[in-house]
Structure formats: structure tokens, C-alpha cells
Design a protein around this ligand. Structure first.
Ligand code: ADP
Length: 169
């Protein structure tokens, strides 16, 4: 096990697609901020998926939503998360656990990341119950069918979703 000296900043990385960011993500980020010196929200540039928002739009929305969080930065990355972490000097991965159903995949990913870089630890945080059923996929589905997302997605994101849907019509 690696010990960090008190002078080494505790940098955590919160990785995901964030297509788009919703209040469950924001809740996890806000829980991480007091625990770490810095939380880097790492937006995966995943070319194999067909996202609603481009990587630049996702980064922009997150920056807008997190503007009041000085310990929080938003960056995009591609390739292996552990390589990105090495580049920025981070040792901790933050992941959100919504329900038992998240556990298996998260457990496998945590062990794989540890195998790829034994210095990396994964920390799991749980959101407020009211966000525990929320996912980006579900918010997109509900929105495209005309459902109300008030209180589940930041207002700035809702505005972008409305604009995107107008363009898609
Ligand atoms: P989503 O699952 O919403 O599509 P991502 O794939 O971008 O989001 O997930 C990024 C991280 O955020 C993962 O650790 C995921 O478990 C976590 N997460 C996603 N939704 C929630 C939520 N409602 N509450 C807590 N954590 C969440």
C-alpha cells in the first residue's frame, strides 16, 4: 500500500460519459469535494458510443454547472483512465454507487484499474436516495418522450436539451 505524505495534494478523478450531466452526478461531486483537495471530473471521449452531446459540449456543460466549486476541474480524456491519472498525478478514482445492481461492474472495474496500476484506489460514494434511480440514459429517454426532468437535471443542461431536441425535429 502506498502512503501519501501530507504535502502531496489528494487529487481524485471522477470519470464518466456525462451525456448529459444530471443531479446524481452533481451530488457525488459535491460529496467528493470536501474529502479531496481537488476533484477532476474526467469526461470520457468514447468514440464507440453515439452521444447526444459532443465531448466539447459535455465538458462545457459540466464547467457551467460546477462553476461555483473551486476545488473541481473538468477535463476530457481518452484511452486508459490509469494513464490519464498518471499524467495529472491522481491516485484516487471516485465512482457513484446507486444500487446493488451497479456493484458487480464497478467491482470488476476497480480491480482491473488496480491491476493496471497498483497505486490507484477506487472510492465509492452513494447519492441522495432521490437520485438513486437516475442515469443519463434514462434522462435522455424521458426527455425525448416529453417527460418533465425538473429537479433531476441542472437548469443549464435542461436548456441545452431543449435546444438539441428542437434541432433534431
Ligand atoms: P450515467 O450512468 O448516468 O450514464 P456515467 O456513465 O457517466 O453516468 O457514470 C459516471 C459515474 O457516475 C459512475 O460512477 C456512475 O455510477 C455514477 N452515477 C451515475 N448516475 C448516478 C446517480 N444517479 N447517482 C450516483 N452516481 C451516479
Amino acid at each position: 500500500m502506498t502512503k501519501l505524505s501530507p504535502s502531496v495534494p489528494r487529487i481524485a478523478v471522477y470519470p464518466g460519459s456525462f451525456d448529459p450531466v444530471h443531479n446524481g452526478h452533481v451530488d457525488i461531486i459535491e460529496r467528493g469535494c470536501p474529502i479531496f483537495d481537488e476533484v477532476i471530473v474526467a469526461v470520457l471521449n468514447n468514440t464507440s458510443k453515439d452521444p447526444l452531446f459532443s465531448i466539447d459540449e459535455r465538458v462545457e456543460m459540466l464547467r457551467e454547472v460546477l462553476a461555483g466549486h473551486p476545488r473541481c476541474r473538468v477535463q476530457s480524456f481518452s484511452g486508459l483512465l490509469v494513464d490519464f491519472m498518471r499524467e495529472i498525478g491522481a491516485r484516487t478514482i471516485v465512482r457513484g454507487l446507486r444500487a446493488v445492481s451497479d456493484f458487480e461492474a464497478e467491482f470488476q472495474m476497480a480491480l482491473m484499474n488496480r491491476r493496471l496500476d497498483p497505486r490507484v484506489e477506487t472510492v465509492f460514494l452513494t447519492p441522495k436516495e432521490e437520485y438513486s434511480y437516475l442515469s443519463s440514459r434514462l434522462t435522455k429517454e424521458v426527455f425525448l418522450l416529453g417527460g418533465d426532468l425538473e429537479g433531476l437535471v441542472p437548469e443549464a443542461v435542461l436548456e441545452r436539451m431543449r435546444e438539441r431536441v428542437k434541432r433534431l425535429k
